[in-house]
Design a protein around this ligand. Structure first.
Ligand code: ATP
Ligand code: MG
Length: 552
């Protein structure tokens, strides 16, 4: 990050508020509803809220917006906490909107006492019909003029469980002819006889989003309450409620949702992919969830860099997933340990070599303090089948009859003979090595253009390798007609059951990431067992996708 980088609009607001003394320090919050796992859009919101507070010496609360008992679950609470921590952020307080239910109830009573709220017996259809349209004013509910005493009694009875779901609601009395539909006496409490993951059966009335959110902000003395653009029309109500209740003046600011190409970023849709088994759980490496990206091998540093680079927009936009991959790749390049793994083996016999030698290879050439590892070399090795051609075109720098290549961290070899089976398939290739060409001590004076990765057959270990492609076939999934699941890419997972890896990979750690030479960046998957090691490809080495698209 350069020093001159200009401030985003939220940073400008915060700097102004601190300079003018409006607030001595800032307090932001991240308010997930625990009804699913966090995705890349949430990561943007987390980086924004926590990042802003960090930059200006403030703090951030984690507040679970758990006012909807039906869809919420403690499993989600736990995953959300783990995801935020993994991204590298620490909250000042772990809070729950449900802890404010008593306080919110008291706020509602205050509004009734001020003549600003009433119990409405109308059905939801009747309420909708009376709402009017954006161009036509609404009409008053026949219950709008109930007395304060009657409203207090009815609201207490609602809480006491006297009524069934939907029989009554509490509405605020604002303005039935407001051009803003959200101001036409919105509902602030509804009856819902449902078990809540934290408050159990203590309540059968629950506050609506508009009544819980701003009030929770005020209770916590949040200074800057940042949400996404769709809440702009809610802001007048947010301000009105705070004003009428005379509570801490939190302010709401809006920024554009993050949408990603070839992905969906809606918990509801991601849940469908999980329950209808399009993917193997919320943490499937193809999912744009934080847990999916973690399992796939993305790093928090890469994701944070991505969130920083896309900035804070005020208009909805669609971000190229290639940028996310680029940021992840940049970071992995710096930290990944290099290993050699052959996916599709072709046997090479080195006819003039005997015994076993330990070759030294750098774990990470990007790191000035890199360690080195030993890679065993012998007279029978595997190379990648695609690295050999019997009749190569011009400028083919890999192995071919008569041609020389360097084996990474080992010797130069030259192909002398091609062995085939009866059907004409190449079964092995015979080569000779140049004894004076050893990497690091090469006195052969021969320059070869191609360097291949390889493994010694006798020393190789087996691994399963999982390669991923886009989960969706289309760039802008939300723009397509019909069911979004029709656009799922049926070829998003490619499994190589039996890859051959150099023995150093046997000591792989879950916390480490690897660059398989010429193959991409990988991490060990949780499916790894005593019987088999499993690796996920996080990203390729280069952006193969963009190249494919250009080629047409
Ligand atoms: P979803 O539609 O996926 O359920 P949501 O907005 O309902 O998303 P919440 O749990 O309510 O999910 O979101 C918590 C916070 O994350 C909110 O402040 C919300 O604005 C923000 N957020 C959610 N999705 C995105 C996104 N795609 N880009 C930026 N911020 C987001
Ligand atoms: Mg929400």
């Amino acid at each position: 990050m350069s020093e001159e980088k200009s401030l985003n609009f939220l940073e400008e607001i915060v700097e102004e508020d601190l300079k003018s003394g409006k607030y001595p320090s800032i307090l932001t919050r991240f308010p997930p509803e625990p009804n699913g796992y966090l995705h890349i859009g949430h990561a943007k919101s987390i980086c924004l809220n926590f990042g802003l507070a960090k930059k200006y010496g403030g703090a951030t609360n984690l507040r679970f917006d758990d006012t909807n008992p039906v869809t919420e679950d403690t499993e989600y609470v736990e995953s959300i906490k783990a995801d935020i921590q993994w991204l590298g952020f620490t909250w000042a307080n772990e809070l729950y909107a449900s802890d404010y239910f008593e306080q919110l109830y008291a706020f509602a009573v205050q509004l009734i006492q001020k003549g600003l709220a009433y119990v409405d017996d109308s059905t939801s259809e009747q309420i909708a019909a009376m709402k009017g349209t954006p161009t036509q004013p609404g009409t008053d509910s026949p219950y709008r003029s109930r007395s304060v005493e009657e409203n207090l009694q009815l609201f207490a009875d609602m809480r006491a469980g006297k009524y069934k779901d939907g029989e009554k609601v509490l509405r605020v009395r604002v303005d039935m002819s407001s051009p803003n539909m959200h101001m036409r006496d919105p509902i602030i409490y509804r009856i819902k006889h449902a078990h809540h993951h934290r408050t159990g059966d203590a309540w059968c009335i629950y506050p609506m989003y508009d009544f819980a959110h701003g009030q929770s902000d005020s209770i916590e003395k949040i200074t800057h309450s940042i949400c996404t653009l769709e809440f702009i029309p809610h802001r007048p109500l947010y301000d009105w409620l705070i004003q009428q209740l005379e509570i801490f003046p939190s302010h709401q600011y809006e920024f554009a949702r993050l949408n990603l190409t070839y992905a969906v970023t809606s918990k509801r849709k991601l849940l469908q992919l999980v329950t209808e088994k399009f993917v193997d759980g919320w943490d499937d490496p193809r999912m744009p969830t934080i847990s999916g990206m973690r399992r796939r091998g993305y790093t928090p540093e890469g994701i944070r860099e991505f969130c920083e680079r896309i900035g804070v927009a005020k208009r909805d936009n669609l971000i190229d997933v290639g940028l996310l991959e680029f940021c992840v790749r940049e970071h992995l390049n710096k930290e990944a340990q290099r290993r050699m793994v052959v996916f599709d083996p072709l046997k090479v016999v080195i006819t003039n070599y005997e015994g076993v030698e330990m070759m030294l290879s750098e774990d990470n050439p990007e790191d000035p303090n890199t360690t080195q590892r030993e890679v065993p070399f012998s007279n029978e090795i595997y190379i990648e089948r695609e690295d050999f051609m019997e009749n190569p075109p011009k400028k083919y720098f890999r192995l071919a009859p008569g041609q020389m290549v360097r084996l990474k961290s080992a010797y130069i070899i030259q192909c002398e003979k091609v062995i085939k089976d009866e059907a004409g398939n190449i079964t092995e290739v015979h080569c000779v090595y140049l004894p004076n060409s050893k990497s690091g001590a090469d006195t052969s004076g021969i320059n070869v253009k191609g360097t291949l990765h390889w493994v010694s057959i006798a020393h190789a270990i087996h691994a399963e390798v999982r390669l991923y492609d886009r989960l969706f076939k289309v760039e802008n999934v939300a723009n397509e007609e019909g069911d979004f699941k029709d656009y799922v890419n049926p070829e998003s997972l490619h499994v190589i059951q039996n890859a051959y890896a150099e023995p150093a990979l046997a000591n792989a750690k879950f916390s480490d990431r690897y660059q398989f030479l010429r193959k991409g960046y990988f991490c060990m998957d949780k499916d790894t067992s005593e019987e088999k090691m499993v690796f996920n490809r996080a990203v390729t080495l280069k952006d193969a996708w963009a190249k494919e698209v250009k080629k047409g």
